[in-house]
Write a protein that binds this ligand. Sequence first.
Ligand SMILES: NC(=O)c1ccc[n+]([C@@H]2O[C@H](COP(=O)([O-])OP(=O)(O)OC[C@H]3O[C@@H](n4cnc5c(N)ncnc54)[C@H](O)[C@@H]3O)[C@@H](O)[C@H]2O)c1
Length: 304
Amino acid sequence: MGTERSTEFVERIQARTVRVGVVGLGYVGLPLAVEFASNGFDVTGFEISEEKAAEINAGSSYIQDVPTDEVRRLVDLGRLRATVDFERLTEIDAIIVCVPTPLNKTKEPDISYILSAAERIRAAMRPGQLIVLESTTYPGTTDEVLLPILAASGLELDVDFFLAFSPERVDPGNPTFQTRNITKVVGGVSEPSSLVAAALYGTVVETVHRVSSARVAEAAKLLENTFRAVNIGLVNEIAQMCYQLGIDTWGGHRRCEDEAVRVHGLLSGTLASAATASRSIRTTCRGRRVCTASRQSSSALRRK
Ligand SMILES: NC(=O)c1ccc[n+]([C@@H]2O[C@H](COP(=O)([O-])OP(=O)(O)OC[C@H]3O[C@@H](n4cnc5c(N)ncnc54)[C@H](O)[C@@H]3O)[C@@H](O)[C@H]2O)c1
């Protein structure tokens, strides 16, 4: 496709004539599908779960952050549907993969869902498609694993198809940051791929941050997750310490963040995101529950 084809693809994106397909309608895929459909795109979700596909087609949402009313409105308008028929991927211009990537028993990433989705896409590929991987994975997955599978279709990168990685950064349950206002990081396996993928996301999110390659985008997501995990661990440790010292760590959470930035050189966002992430973490300390540990540690820092 090259530059000419990428320009043409971008024009179709802007005209909303590109048909979007989301593979995997879970916590990541369903909000994204709804966002594209709400912004005027024709969207089809591809699921292995017949139950989930049927729920969407009945106009019902099974994800807390996605209102049923909006799903029903989009389904009634004919802009959103779900299917378990992967042959219909051939009708799609922009395919976004949002399948699970759990860790296996030895804590290694299990990319079997990505491989399965990739095989189904390869079987339905035709010239003129963009494929974007959103699943969290190790750097190299898109260009070392996905690209050879797709190229086995006989189609050629940048001649027949584009390929990019864009990590999902959603924080389920967060009322402030949702799909539209979370900056989208995008990295293509080639420059035209990067351009086209960034143009697609630019229609539904406020800020798109293009990085130099798919690998960089994959690494950025891992760094972000590691950063958050370390901070959750840190605030949970501090919370336990505060509890044992009899320090009230519940008050002044926000003021503490300001103080932490000024005095201790910590990132305000660090504590905020750790607080969000650790909402579900319940640490037992001396037989009592210490909840939302980061709030407690925030308060403790303020008192120092
Ligand atoms: N949930 C989050 O907060 C979050 C945040 C950032 C990144 N991620 C990443 O996004 C990816 C998706 O996570 P999720 O939370 O949406 O998972 P999920 O389990 O909620 O949803 C995945 C969906 O994919 C479907 N599926 C599985 N294999 C499939 C296939 N071959 N074809 C089509 N559909 C298939 C499942 O039925 C399920 O509905 C993971 O890599 C995850 O690490 C998740």
